[in-house]
Design a protein around this ligand. Sequence first.
Ligand SMILES: [Zn+2]
Length: 136
Amino acid sequence: MIKGKSRFAVKRTACGLGLFTLEPVAADKRIIEYIGPILNAEEANKKSGKYLMTIDEEYLIDGSPRSNLARYINHSCEPNAKAFRTGVRVWLWSIRNIEAGEEITYDYGKKYFDDFIKPSGCKCAKCVKEISDAGG
Ligand SMILES: [Zn+2]
């Protein structure tokens, strides 16, 4: 587990580990930075794509270090946050009020979804609900 006083908690979810906020977050606020070494496209090609955050056509952030808490944020098709790029930095911003104890999610984008999520099916709250609604 993550030590120290933190606004966040990492907990197990249906999609593996997820990042939860321990404090309420108002809409349109910076939540957490997506940190890690900056790679160019060529360097990034040699890495596994799972924690790569695209900055632009040329650069990506390797978000795999454990110090990058934002790597625990899961994809959702109905997210409460979005990735916002400023220069070579990427921040997760709230797109609505988020309650204390809620999981933080953002939409990973179509390419990631098609490459990594679609093959095994999306397990976000929205998609799981749609499946159970259809089944019942
Ligand atoms: Zn989904």
